[in-house]
Design a protein around this ligand. Structure first.
Ligand SMILES: [Zn+2]
Length: 85
């Protein structure tokens, strides 16, 4: 029985994880641990003993956020071109 690799862990949303203290897979609670400019880190807590059983990083790309589309207004005006001969 191998342990779950970190790579696999990142690719699914955990609802239950193996807990070392409970010696079994326990339902976990997701807690937002840290918000960074480009990602958020979630902590998974065992609902049985409340110890941390894992963490997950959600990058901005993964997260689907309904962001308001900010219209980009170009500051520069198009330079008036004068052609003199
Ligand atoms: Zn536990």
């Amino acid at each position: 029985m191998g342990r779950m690799s970190q790579q696999q862990f990142e690719n699914f949303t955990a609802s239950s994880l193996y807990c070392d203290k409970c010696k079994t897979a326990m339902p976990v609670r997701e807690r937002l641990l840290l918000i960074l400019p480009d990602k958020e880190i979630y902590d998974y807590l065992c609902t049985g003993c409340a110890s941390s059983v894992g963490q997950r990083e959600v990058t901005a790309g993964e997260k689907i956020v309904a962001q308001r589309a900010v219209p980009r207004r170009p500051r520069r005006r198009a330079p008036a071109q004068r052609i003199r001969l």
